[in-house]
Design a protein around this ligand. Structure first.
Ligand code: CP
Length: 332
């Protein structure tokens, strides 16, 4: 989805040969490249949720820089890097010198001097990962672990892997609903970009007007303010987290009201296609955007999403490393 002030040129994340060298945003990437990421991730999945080891990053150093809280993204990046035999450092940004006023650029350059090969960054500022990619030295990769409202590309890709593995239709024939706080959601943006690139024609966003970005219809999605109608016949239902700070604000009267109008309940799942996939990026507010019986029910893929996140992050780490090296004429 275009995001005018934050437009991220896809070129910065590709080598001249079109390989991935940073992973900042899904915007502008080809279907071929997205499928290559998904195929690479598939290769790391073993039987019954197991993840394979592949020493593709042996001797490399991955640094996790999380300026915002995270359970899934930070940990699965760490697990992924370890499965690839990398050295992983989780930098505690709460204890770092950014608290004393050091700039993001200086933090980056100092950590770069410690021989980092890749940084995974989560930051509240939209554009932070792109800024780092434009500042970093040529043999270092930047991977976006979520920047402001802009982008969460590895979440987008793990959502696509979940859909590709579990849906019984091709992407072009799917109806997908994204429900809740679209306006503030980097996951919604990345999912919409990935779904469109992979050929999904029926993308519905279901939310009250106050939680929709202006001009959303221009991006080829249909808007539903009535959830019962919006979920009808959908193959995939993606519920998003309501950010607690919105509750009680003019955007969202109360969590009870939201649940009544937009909560993903069993009754609403029944209005969707039979065996529709139920997804949520986490963290969940049970009883606000999703009923516990649905989150823990037979159609829920929420924990599978977390598991596939490891394989997707292994794919992105190894492909970015490969892109960096091949640009310099070295093979992985
Ligand atoms: N889905 C997601 O990004 O979760 P975390 O904030 O826990 O990383």
């Amino acid at each position: 989805m275009h995001h005018s002030a934050l437009h991220t040129p896809s070129r910065i994340q590709l080598t001249p040969a079109g390989e991935l060298r940073h992973f900042i945003s899904i915007e502008g990437l080809s279907a071929g490249l997205l499928n290559h990421i998904l195929d690479t991730a598939e290769g790391f999945l073993g039987k019954e949720g197991s993840i394979l080891n592949a020493p593709l990053l042996e001797g490399r150093t991955v640094m996790n820089l999380f300026f915002e809280p995270s359970t899934r993204t930070r940990t699965t990046f760490e697990v992924a890097a370890k499965r690839l035999s990398a050295n992983v450092l989780n930098i505690d940004m709460q204890q770092s010198s950014t608290k004393k006023g050091e700039t993001l650029r200086d933090t980056l350059w100092n950590l770069e001097a410690m021989a980092a090969d890749m940084f995974v960054i989560r930051h509240s500022a939209s554009g932070a990962a792109h800024f780092m990619a434009s500042e970093v030295c040529p043999n270092v990769a930047i991977i976006n672990g979520g920047d402001g409202r802009h982008s969460h590309p590895t979440q987008g890709m793990l959502d696509m892997l979940t859909i590709r593995r579990h849906a019984h239709k091709a992407f072009a024939d799917l109806s997908v609903a994204i429900i809740g706080d679209i306006k503030h959601s980097r996951v919604a943006r990345s999912d919409i970009e990935a779904l469109q690139t992979l050929g999904v024609r029926d993308i519905r966003v279901i939310a009250p007007r106050t939680l929709l970005p202006t001009g959303i219809e221009e991006f080829g999605v249909t808007v539903h303010e009535n959830m019962d109608k919006g979920v009808e016949g959908c193959d995939v239902l993606i519920a998003l987290r309501i950010q607690n700070e919105r509750i009680g604000s003019p955007l969202l009267a109360s969590s009870e009201e939201f649940y009544k109008l937009y909560g993903l309940t069993e009754a609403r799942v029944e209005r969707a296609a039979p065996n529709a996939l139920v997804m949520h990026p986490g963290p969940m507010n049970r009883g606000v955007e999703i009923a516990s019986s649905v989150a823990d029910g037979p159609q829920s893929l929420i924990l599978k999403q977390v598991n596939y996140g490891i394989a997707v992050r292994m794919a992105v780490l190894s492909l970015c490393m490969q892109g960096q090296l091949s640009q310099r004429g070295v093979t992985l």
